[in-house]
Ligand binder design. Structure first.
Ligand code: PDD
Length: 293
């Protein structure tokens, strides 16, 4: 099946879809993005993703290119054309095309919009979730505004590659005080021996993950407790459970940090429970096709 992308008003085959070489997203990473989960043909937590996109664009002083509803309709159409049942949809909004100059273009330019979608390997994801994944730790060398979801992801890319080279799934980034900030593309969580979940506050040093936000509701609904505070690598290593959250993987158990086993080197019961009920609490959008049950 030929995959389809949406670029600036047109749906086209992914293999030929392209942006202009002076798109500021390409030259300056002057763009924001969102990744939403698709489950059973439906976009998960679209409203929250759109609100965060609005906040990122505001911070970058890029105008919202169209209404959230119109962007949602395009995302659904890309999901439909790619017949994605389970996977992700990617939405990127750049400042637009202008002669290369660090300062914003003087005359207003139209923001550039790119939307793609792809299936995920659900069997592989389930296998990973059943076994748990491993993480390594690395210094967090990103800029201070990691709360803005920009495509300036080079430190994240290098960290993730280091993890892959080390045979690990994710890299947890450590701030100058020795506290875990987040993963290269996920938020980081631990579970204390008394069952309390611990995750870093989202006011500084991390992206305010949408999965993280929804999980707060899951935790309340399941009668559990969250402490929002920074935690160190040493504390994580002695936690009874650890896990990652992100739109492309929902909730993923961590069973090893820097070679050190967490709990019994198996996904913990609280993590497994949260993963099992997560979508009962998330906002589930309309389905793209009557073919999807
Ligand atoms: N990553 N932290 C970082 C640095 C991220 O890039 C992401 C998302 C998250 C989790 O956020 P959310 O729950 O909203 O997906 C945390 C996406 C999936 C990506 O870049 O592919």
């Amino acid at each position: 099946m030929t995959r389809t992308a949406y670029v600036n008003g047109q749906y086209m085959p992914l293999g030929v879809a392209s942006v202009r070489i002076e798109d500021r997203g390409l030259q300056f990473a002057d763009a924001a993005y969102e990744v939403c989960e698709i489950k059973a043909g439906r976009i998960i937590d679209e409203r929250r993703h759109m609100e965060r996109l609005g906040r990122s664009l505001d911070a970058l002083q890029i105008p919202m290119p169209m209404s959230q509803a119109a962007l949602g309709a395009i995302m659904r159409e890309v999901v439909r054309r790619n017949r994605v049942r389970d996977g992700i949809v990617y939405l990127q909004v750049s400042r637009g095309v202008a002669a290369r100059n660090h300062a914003f273009p003087r005359a207003p330019v139209r923001p550039g919009i790119v939307v793609t979608a792809r299936r995920s390997d659900t069997i592989e994801m389930t296998r990973r979730a059943d076994q748990g994944v491993t993480v390594i730790t690395l210094p967090d060398n990103r800029w201070e505004r990691v709360d803005i979801k920009t495509v300036g992801l080079l430190p994240n890319v290098l960290a993730k590659q280091k993890a892959v080279d080390a045979g690990a799934f994710e890299a947890w980034l450590i701030d100058k005080g020795g506290f875990v900030t987040e993963g290269s593309a996920t938020n980081a969580w631990i579970v204390q021996k008394d069952g309390t979940l611990v995750t870093r506050p989202a006011d500084r040093g991390i992206l305010r993950g949408i999965t993280r936000g929804t999980l707060f509701e899951v935790v309340a609904g399941e009668g559990l407790r969250i402490e929002e505070r920074p935690f160190t690598v040493a504390e994580a290593k002695t936690a009874s459970e650890a896990f990652l959250t992100g739109s492309s993987l929902s909730i993923m158990p961590v069973v090893e940090i820097d070679g050190h086993a967490i709990g019994r080197r198996q996904p913990g019961p609280i993590t497994a429970r949260l993963r099992a009920v997560f979508h009962d609490y998330a906002e589930i959008g309309p389905v793209w096709s009557s073919l999807v049950p």
